[in-house]
Design a protein around this ligand. Structure first.
Ligand code: URA
Length: 214
């Protein structure tokens, strides 16, 4: 992987993230536990992804006195799930920011052109006024992430953060080259991709493990 700007990639190394990722990777982990772990990891990664949110002062009454507190200011967040596995991350993110709006982007790869083809896109009307956090558990080749972010920028979105559970160096390089302004937050940076496009050592197919389809 070529050198990236210092803040382009954040690997969250908190012990809870490392522990939960190991449980997630384990092939013996059940579908129910896998889902629960994805939700918990999303919360921990979401905490980092929302660090830059703006605050404004607000006056409140505690039971004892008046004080100046702080609250999130203005239009807030939009989580954008890359279907289908991105939906697994939404639950944890929404635990953190229940008022956030949610968008969905569905893409498949055309087997002839290898281009990402959009089959579904639904975004809030005011998405351009919100900070977008794009979620997909696996940043593998990076093609879906790039295609999804291309579409978000086309409708005027920004700033954008990308959150995944695992990333391959190939995916990080691809996304950072196409969208150097997009910060990537991940739970781990794995060794690389195999010939089938799977992240190694990885966790297998995140969508199948989340939805019990294999
Ligand atoms: N998508 C997955 O679900 N797993 C991988 O390893 C790569 C892409």
């Amino acid at each position: 992987m070529t050198d990236l700007p210092a803040d382009a990639l954040l690997v969250v190394t908190h012990p809870l993230v490392r522990h939960k990722l190991t449980r997630l990777r384990d092939r013996a982990t059940s579908t129910a536990d896998f889902r629960r772990l994805v939700r918990e990891l999303s919360l921990l990664l979401g905490y980092e992804a929302t660090r830059g949110l703006k605050l404004e002062p607000v006056t409140i009454e505690t039971p004892l006195e008046t004080m100046e507190g702080e609250q999130l200011s203005g239009k807030k967040l939009c989580f954008v799930s890359i279907l289908r596995a991105g939906n697994g991350i939404l639950d944890g993110m929404l635990d953190l920011v229940p008022s956030a709006r949610v968008g969905h982007i569905g893409l498949f790869r055309d087997p002839k052109t290898l281009e990402a083809v959009e089959y579904y896109m639904k975004l809030p009307d005011d998405v351009a006024e919100r900070q977008c956090i794009v979620v997909d558990p696996m940043l593998a080749t990076g093609h879906s992430a790039v295609a999804a972010i291309d579409r978000l920028k086309h409708v005027g979105c920004g700033p954008i953060v990308f959150v995944c559970l695992l990333a391959a160096p190939e995916g990080v390089a691809c996304l950072s080259a196409a969208h150097p302004d997009v910060r990537i937050i991940t739970g781990a940076l794995d060794r690389g991709l195999d010939d089938h496009g799977y992240i190694r050592p990885g966790l297998g197919d995140a969508g199948d493990r989340l939805f019990g389809t294999k």
